[in-house]
Design a protein around this ligand. Structure first.
Ligand SMILES: Cc1cc2nc3c(=O)[nH]c(=O)nc-3n(C[C@H](O)[C@H](O)[C@H](O)COP(=O)(O)O)c2cc1C
Length: 313
């Protein structure tokens, strides 16, 4: 155990998997305010209560510490961009999302999976945050899967499940990783994504994590980024033909000096001649999406496929 250093504590709190919400309210001047929050908790069914914790650092803190009403929007898979807007955008956040006002004038964000309109029942000062308890006066819910958040990154459970569906018995499976260190991607000396062959029992995430550990890298494994079949590669004899590829994203804080991988700037993949090589296409898309931190998931083969994002199922 360790004494609570704020940065280490933030990282430890971040191990708790949550959904992502956008909390909204209307200011006295009629303007909308809103921020991304994962401190949402359901509290009671009778009476219907929930809570969320606005931080004192928020530019909208004065509104949330005095408002009589607020709304909680639970974001759906694919709404990473909405979350990023309400976490970081310094302009008019509401011009960048579709929304409609609830009966209290608080914004309900389109594409959400659920929303709750609330009347404030209690405020509790709690260190650098405020615990805002609200009574639910109205709500809606859909069957869209919710967006997940863990260890500082988003995840989409239903897409992960789809992507991790076992390859057909006739194919070899290979797991690869886009390993990000600061503004670089780590590649092997021959410019390939670090990869491992998968057996029938070990998922790509675990197999890659074990492999990276074996070369001295303690990576934080992220979501699946690309899943595709290459029927024309792999062994030409034996019981298996073709390769099923699973590519994950991962981050690493420190690269040891004796690391066998080399760092290549992410933005160097952004342009360049359009090659048909799958790894090149994956890295180019990654570099482009890295700018907005809004990552899609490619499902398909080397010829054709689709990139899923923004609430696609
Ligand atoms: C996934 C996620 C969860 C967050 N949860 C909270 C939270 O529960 N409470 C909070 O005060 N800030 C939270 N934040 C940070 C705020 O969204 C961010 O500081 C805020 O939008 C800044 O708004 P401002 O520029 O108006 O001050 C979270 C950010 C992210 C990305």
């Amino acid at each position: 155990m360790t004494s609570p250093d704020p940065e280490l504590l933030r990282s430890a709190f971040g191990r708790f998997m949550t959904g992502v919400t956008v909390v909204t309210a209307r200011a006295a001047d009629g303007g909308n305010v809103g921020f991304t929050a994962n401190s949402f908790t359901s509290v009671s069914l009778d009476p219907p209560l929930l809570l969320v914790c606005p931080g004192r650092h928020l530019s909208s803190f004065d509104v949330f510490s005095t408002t009589d009403h607020f709304a909680i929007n639970i974001l759906a898979e694919g709404q990473e961009a909405v979350s990023n807007t309400f976490a970081a955008d310094k302009g008019d956040r509401f011009s960048k999302a579709d929304w409609a006002a609830d009966s209290n004038g608080c914004a309900l964000i389109s594409g959400r999976t659920a929303a709750f309109s609330c009347t404030v029942t209690q405020r509790v000062d709690a260190g650098d945050h405020l615990v805002l308890l609200g009574r639910v006066t109205d709500f809606d819910a859909t069957d869209r899967p919710g967006l997940g958040y863990n260890n500082g990154g988003y995840f989409s459970l239903s897409k992960e499940r789809q992507a991790n569906a076992p390859a057909s018995a006739s194919q070899l499976s290979v797991g690869s990783v886009i390993l990000v260190h600061q503004d670089n991607i780590l590649l092997t000396r021959d410019n390939k994504l670090p990869s491992v062959q998968l057996d029938d029992h070990t998922g790509a995430r675990r197999a890659l994590s074990v492999y990276l550990h074996s070369i001295g890298l303690d990576a934080h494994m992220g979501p699946v980024y690309s899943v595709y079949d290459n029927p024309n590669s792999g062994p030409k004899s034996g019981s298996k033909s073709g390769i099923h590829h699973v590519v994950l994203r991962a981050r690493i804080a420190d690269v040891p000096t004796d690391c066998p991988l080399k760092s290549v700037p992410i933005n160097s993949f952004e342009q360049g001649p359009a090659k048909t090589d799958m790894q090149h296409l994956i890295l180019r898309r990654f570099a482009q999406e890295h700018r907005t931190q809004s990552f899609g998931l490619y499902l398909g083969d080397v010829e054709k496929g689709e990139i899923r994002r923004h609430g696609d199922d």
